[in-house]
Design a protein around this ligand. Structure first.
Ligand code: SF4
Length: 313
């Protein structure tokens, strides 16, 4: 088991079983808390062969180099990170995707996960990935025609992708919640149960240049759906979408960068993939960029606070 020290105690994690144990009787001093975020998502590439309107991935071409990704992973691993999630773009389109996953699993103790649209998961690719992936996420925005309208790909092809994933690792289903998918949450939850998914991750739609954020009507319908949900598959929700939903956070004192950070396909560290503020990861590494970004955000916060005080006066 890998251990991580933080404000809520000592966190033990087994990447093979997914077991988490929190020794919250212990109160470690801040000086010995792990320096890395608990989870880090990494966009390996901005390239994708789909064109979803709610896609937040930047549209300029960018991809990370295998060696730089591995050096960041080793640093994060040594500093107490528990898991990394590869995304994009579509991460399977990175030319070294399999090699990166194999090396991440073999050269670090990190849990290796990735998020995919699922249409490129041939049996050959899945075979090459076996043993290197601890959890996979597949995007299922609606069923049948709704899915096809949202993603522009045949639903039958997605189902084949889900079948492949089920042979690779434990997996979860991600759903962007918007005015088209809200009425299909029951059908998606049934599908999740049927195919053996272990988690259904709700992603309330965030604004992009092409779509608005999930509106209030959909937000209320989502709250009702969650309150009435009695399915077997565990529900989860993105941090940006928790408002109004009953959530349970076992590590309530691990906030902000202690819990999560994102690295985009240009090698810029951000609080999340929607955040405009970022720090380029240079030769000094990820933790150095993290300190730079924290300082920048602290300065911004202080200056906003000062402006507010002036307005009040
Ligand atoms: S599949 Fe994902 S990365 Fe590709 S366009 Fe859709 S949302 Fe963006």
């Amino acid at each position: 088991m890998k251990s991580r020290i933080g404000p809520n105690g000592v966190h033990l994690f087994n990447r093979l079983s997914g077991l988490n144990v929190l020794l919250d009787e212990l109160s470690p001093e801040e000086a010995i808390w792990s320096m890395s975020p608990r989870q880090v998502s990494i966009a390996l590439t901005n390239v994708c062969d789909l064109h979803c309107a709610y896609c937040y991935a930047p549209k300029h071409k960018a991809s990370l180099h295998t060696d730089e990704v591995l050096s960041w992973l080793k640093e994060l691993d040594a500093e107490g990170c528990l898991g990394i999630g590869f995304g994009g773009g579509e991460p399977t389109l990175h030319p070294d995707f399999v090699d990166i996953c194999k090396r991440a699993a073999g050269e670090t103790q990190l849990a290796v996960t990735f998020t995919t649209h699922g249409h490129r998961l041939t049996p050959q690719l899945v075979e090459r990935l076996k043993g290197s992936i601890h959890f996979t996420r597949i995007s299922v925005d609606g069923v049948g025609r709704t899915y096809e309208g949202q993603r522009g790909k045949p639903f039958a092809s997605l189902l084949r992708g889900i079948d492949s994933i089920a042979t690779l690792s434990p997996f979860g289903i991600n759903v962007v919640v918007n005015e088209s998918t809200i009425s299909e949450l029951d059908a998606i939850a049934e599908l999740a149960e049927e195919v053996g998914a272990s988690e259904l991750l709700l992603l309330p739609q965030q604004a992009t240049t092409k779509v608005a954020s999930m509106d209030r009507v959909v937000g209320r319908a989502l709250q009702n759906w969650v309150s009435n949900y009695r399915g077997q598959v565990r529900l989860a929700v993105s941090e940006l979408g928790t408002s109004g939903l009953p959530t349970c956070d076992p590590l309530p004192d691990e906030r902000g960068f202690q819990s999560y950070a994102h690295i985009d396909a240009s090698g810029v560290l951000r609080a999340n993939s929607y955040s405009s503020a970022g720090a380029k990861i240079g030769d000094a590494g990820v933790l150095w960029a993290l300190r730079q970004l924290r300082n920048t955000l602290d300065i911004k916060r202080e200056s906003n606070h000062e402006n507010l005080e002036r307005i009040r006066l």
